[in-house]
Write a protein that binds this ligand. Sequence first.
Ligand SMILES: *Cc1c(COP(=O)(O)O)cnc(C)c1O
Length: 394
Amino acid sequence: MNNYMEKSEENVLHTYNRFPVVLDYGKGVHLYDTEGKEYLDFAAGIAVFALGYANETYNNALKGQIDKLIHTSNLYYNVPMACAAEKLVKASGMDKVFFTNSGTEAIEGAIKVARKYAYLKDHSNDHEIIAMNHSFHGRSLGALSVTGNTHYQDPFKPLIGGIKFADFNDLESVKAQITDKTCAIIMETVQGEGGIYPASREFLSGVRQLCDAHDILLILDEIQCGMGRTGHLFAWQDYGVKPDVMTCAKALGCGVPVGAFVLNKKTAEHSLVPGDHGTTYGGNPLACQAVSTVFDIFEEQKIVEHVQKLTPYLEKKLDELVENYDCFTTRRGKGFMQGLVTEGKPVGEIVNKALANGLLVISAGQDVLRLVPPLVIEEKDIDEMIEKLKASLA
Ligand SMILES: *Cc1c(COP(=O)(O)O)cnc(C)c1O
């Protein structure tokens, strides 16, 4: 492993402090390093690999597509894009999809949609977007501008203008930022990176009402919490509200780089037109074959129902852990997106010990241990995770 780690550090720009492990292959919910050591994966490549590793249906669909056609550009139609878009529209009950290559690009598109929507109303260029403190929306400059984390932002200023910040789950603080120039409110339905904070029902429906009252677009970032992770295909489906614009990525392609922004009818009809937006790779046949197959497998294997069914067991086991170990103060989360709060204690140390014990977990923010396993885990995997976590805490 040392050889590959050295080679990487010699040649890859050092923007990540990587864990000292070289992962080689995966099977189900386990990963193996180049020396054959097994790891139970409760990180899923940061909430990406929902179906587990070496899923035969998924892999065969991609292999078949590779032999047929990998790329065409967006100048022509292709079969997988037609199928993937239809499934995403149907599953979300929204109207139109634009495929991207990543989450941050989906956010860029959503911001452009909001600005164009407002521009078409008054032809001015001074529109504002309200974003949330402690949010995370990505690393490109537009997405970074709506990411409520000064540590990520400061070296890269000036960012895009017209962004205001409010407090998540505090409706009054959102109201205080609204002006007649506000064109959008953007938030994660469940904050991920910022520490696993689900939106409260009152907050999300309150924001929806504010948006309706002022013709402001509600952009919900479902990049991490979407695709079944919370026990609903999209987390907002549990709240009785609908976004005007939704962003997806991470588990959308379950490992193939792909994202999307999805628009309701109103925004689809009053925003981007030919010439406004594009991408060479976006929605290419290989990526869209992945998306299309993911939706098929979700349906066949009843993935969302499985998450719903197993969530009480996972929550019970985690609550027991919080009760018995004073390094954890609380548990937060929904479905298979859970955080154990360490309140000031170094969560990195737990993550490192877990790795040594053959368990992959990650942190969220400074003091939250984040659990975002593949959605196909079973009770026995939860038991194994608890065992390994206990050994690490000891
Ligand atoms: C990961 C993430 C992004 C950025 O996605 P990338 O594919 O890394 O660009 C945006 N929003 C949320 C909520 C995320 O978790």
